[in-house]
Ligand binder design. Structure first.
Ligand code: 5GP
Length: 185
């Protein structure tokens, strides 16, 4: 099964780039993750995430419902539900995954043939900090945790198929178009 995965540090622009591509290519569909994080303003259950309680997440774990999962910022859990991939398969679409770096590596191993992995490279740690601050959604502790993690994550870049330098969203998307057309469509 063909699929496209974006990973990279928090603030590297993976969600933004994925959203632009999802609008541009009908064949692609966002793979909705499950999380125990509460929704941010404007986020919708079943659209941005499946928002689960801790108990619901535990139940999914107990029934082997996840292909991968990670405990990330502020202790919240995030995971890829196996049945989300089945849902997308039954629609005949190509899933687009947006995952943290560790989860992306697990997914890469578990998914098998057909998965194209793209690591988004931010121009600098300073640029990451700026993007995260501008988002205005993170506590100082959460921000520090995301930046510390980013430094370690950048070292894992060689484990992915493509590195995409994200200095400018439009340029980054333009660099991706040939990849999508040649490898996925
Ligand atoms: P946020 O809380 O900002 O929405 O997401 C935090 C991080 O979790 C981001 O790096 C996002 O890509 C990652 N993430 C979202 N869904 C999943 C998932 O299903 N599994 C893993 N491992 N990471 C995820």
């Amino acid at each position: 099964m063909k699929a496209l995965l974006f990973t990279g540090p928090s603030g590297s622009g993976k969600t933004t780039i994925a959203q632009i591509l999802l609008q541009r290519y009908d064949a692609l569909t966002f793979s909705i993750s499950a999380t125990t994080r509460p929704p941010r303003p404007g986020e919708k259950h079943g659209q941005d995430y499946y928002f689960l309680t801790e108990a619901e997440f535990d139940e999914e774990l107990a029934s082997d419902g996840f292909l991968e999962w990670e405990r990330l910022f502020s202790g919240y859990r995030y995971g890829t539900l196996k049945r989300e991939i089945s849902r997308i398969k039954s629609l005949g679409k190509i899933p687009v995954f947006v995952k943290d770096v560790k989860g992306a590596l697990t997914l890469k191993r578990a998914f098998g043939e057909g998965l194209v992995t793209v690591f988004l490279v931010p121009p600098s740690i300073e640029a990451l900090r700026e993007r995260l601050v501008n988002r205005g959604l993170n506590t100082p502790e959460d921000l520090a945790e995301r930046l510390a993690r980013a430094e370690a994550e950048l070292e894992l870049l060689p484990l992915f198929d493509y590195a995409l330098y994200n200095d400018d969203v439009n340029k980054a998307v333009a660099r991706l178009d040939p990849l999508i057309q040649n490898k996925l469509l």
